[in-house]
Ligand binder design. Structure first.
Ligand code: GLY
Length: 598
């Protein structure tokens, strides 16, 4: 049999396509994916591919971020969203760094004690609470954030509608439910089941979605089509806004048309710090994450971590002690900087941080209750004391393009599948970000973080976050793009990736994969990943007085069996300083994560 060139090509294409369809999806792996030009690393292979396609067609990192973020809202409804919010760090090849804050805001009807029951305690999960249902949502910021980023920093080679199209198509045509997504739906069944649209769409009216089946979302596709046609403000002022406000009004929710119309994403000045000669550029408040990472790096710098080794008990002890000290400050001094004065400079002052470490004992844990009450400069002692919380169910993606622009984006619905509410007629799953406010100072929130009055609920305020999209520069050249989900464990995850690369000289895939620990001041204990520490190290840490538990965050995830345990994953890109190759490290903690480069 003979075959002409085009016949051969067709057959080859056929074989390759069949191969792609049959081959198991390329999973995250210890060896980073290398690419010469551009790289997208996200929690979900389809979304990484969407972003990489935009890069290949000449889009920049911001264009790709918009397409990836919207695609994740369809294929990863656990945390990807248009009904939530987040933070985007942008590095421009001309050297500028930008921080976009598209955190949700409290609706105008929100009030200080709205989540307290008659007994003065935070209402349990359910109607009226900050964790579930119609009154748990802040005004969503994702669409406004993506639109702002695109307008100011996109390449302008792509119209907004073109970047929405892959997400719309995935919603209309459906995507294949992965085993991981099916397991998430099962685990969070109780979040979604009470709300008719959520039950119908995500739980197939109780039949549950199985791995391998096609899941299409026609209402979400129609919403995305409206956003394509009328532009991003449609979400805030058009039919979508009307549907959100109507749903809220009919079901005792708090968000109104005016709240949506008034929502704005804002640019903030990124934070800058240094660590062993590297520059670290990260997210400022209302996220606490960037400040915490810079504080912890500064506290670590006087110690020879390389000598302690990557996994000694001495190193984990030191990490836990700097985490403890930084997180105490998080619980007291942080809130929305548009409403309270967060003493960022005081917190980052090296002298202040050295004082915090004065009682560090290499042989003994310092009980959290024994930390001295040392306020940073700039803190108004008369201000009401804060106390704080976070969820595990956020997601992060990292992007670098051919020109050297980069995006580190972390966004969330807060809890997995957010408030559980899908707005009728829209397919939009809403956030439960109001739980990131302090419902009651000193009471741990749903996720176990203690917070304070500086983060109290008030109309128009943004709740405190831990999201930490971060860039690291070596000799002023972009070196790492990283970030993670995991509520309070986010800054600690980012910290450990940075330390693994800089102090332990780990290749990026190893740095991302290496076991991590978590300490958040209260409760006073070290969480460690299942099987992440050796028995000897655990014993040595216990010998120093630490309490250890095989987990890395505190809160309801504690109830999840270890086999169901998915701790914070960091989606990271390193740019090899020698070769300029983009090295994409998708965290194997998330089974559908993938680095896609070209
Ligand atoms: N909702 C998790 C965070 O903002 O950190």
């Amino acid at each position: 049999m003979t075959m002409d060139a085009s016949g051969f090509t067709k057959k080859l294409v056929g074989i390759v396509s069949i191969g792609l369809l049959c081959a198991p999806p390329a999973r995250a792996q210890r060896t980073a994916v290398e690419a010469e030009h551009g790289m997208v690393v996200s929690v979900y292979d389809v979304a990484s591919q969407v972003g990489a396609d935009v890069l290949k067609k000449g889009g920049n990192a911001v264009d790709a971020a918009v397409a990836t973020g919207l695609a994740l809202a369809v294929v990863y409804p656990y945390a990807g969203n248009i009904g939530g919010g987040g933070f985007m760090m942008i590095h421009l090849a001309d050297g500028r760094d930008v921080a976009i804050d598209y955190r949700e805001t409290a609706p105008a009807a929100a009030s200080h004690d709205m989540y307290l029951g008659k007994n003065g305690k935070p209402l349990p999960r359910g109607p009226g609470s900050s964790t579930q249902g119609w009154s748990a949502s802040g005004v969503p910021g994702s669409v406004a954030g993506f639109a702002l980023a695109l307008e100011k920093y996109g390449s302008h080679k792509f119209a907004w509608a073109e970047l929405v199209e892959p997400a719309r198509r995935l919603a209309a045509d459906g995507h294949v439910v992965t085993a991981f997504n099916a397991s998430r739906l099962l685990v969070r069944n109780e979040t979604l089941a009470p709300y008719a649209d959520s039950k119908r769409i995500f739980l197939k009216d109780g039949a549950l979605r199985k791995a391998g089946e096609i899941f299409s979302q026609p209402e979400l596709a129609a919403t995305l089509a409206r956003l394509q046609k009328d532009g991003p403000r449609e979400f805030y002022e058009g039919e979508t806004a009307r549907l959100i406000a109507d749903g809220m009004a009919k079901n005792g929710g708090t968000i109104t048309l005016a709240d949506l119309k008034n929502y704005r994403a804002v640019e903030r000045t990124p934070l800058h710090g240094t660590y062993r000669g590297y520059d670290v550029v990260t997210m400022p408040p209302p996220s606490s994450g960037g400040v915490l990472v810079l504080e912890m790096l500064a506290m670590l710098e006087p110690f020879d971590l390389a000598k302690l080794g990557p996994n000694s008990s001495a190193k984990y002890h030191l990490l836990a002690e700097v985490m403890r000290r930084a997180f105490r400050g998080r619980a007291i001094y942080f809130g929305d900087p548009d409403f309270v004065k967060v003493p960022v400079a005081g917190l980052l002052d090296r002298g202040y941080l050295a004082t915090l470490m004065k009682n560090f004992d290499p042989a003994k844990a310092t009980p959290s209750t024994a930390l001295p009450d040392l306020a940073p400069a700039g803190w108004d002692a008369a201000a009401p004391k804060a106390a704080a919380a976070q969820s595990q169910d956020t997601t992060h993606f990292s992007i670098v393009d051919a020109a050297g622009n980069a995006v580190a984006n972390t966004y969330t619905l807060n809890g997995g599948f957010g408030s559980g509410v899908t707005i009728p007629g829209t397919g939009i799953l809403m956030n439960n970000e109001m739980d990131d406010f302090t419902a009651k100072p000193g009471s741990p929130n749903f996720f176990g973080l203690v917070q304070g009055e500086a983060n109290a609920v008030a109309p128009g305020r943004r709740p405190l976050s831990s999201m930490t999209p971060t860039f690291v520069f070596k000799d002023r050249r972009l070196f790492l793009v990283t970030g993670a989900p995991g509520g309070g464990s986010i800054p600690n995850g980012v910290l450990q990736v940075i330390v693994n690369v800089i102090d332990h000289d780990m290749p990026v895939g190893f740095a991302v994969e290496a076991p991590r620990i978590h300490h958040q001041w209260l409760p006073d204990g070290i969480g460690y990943e299942p099987y992440g520490l050796s028995v000897d190290v655990v014993e040595a840490l216990r010998g120093r007085g630490h309490i250890l538990e095989m987990r890395n965050t505190y809160g309801p995830e504690k109830k999840v069996p270890l086999s169901e345990y998915y701790p914070n994953d960091t989606m990271t890109i390193m740019i090899d300083p020698k070769t300029n190759l983009r090295l994409g490290a998708a965290d194997p903690r998330k089974p559908d994560a993938k680095a896609v480069g070209y």
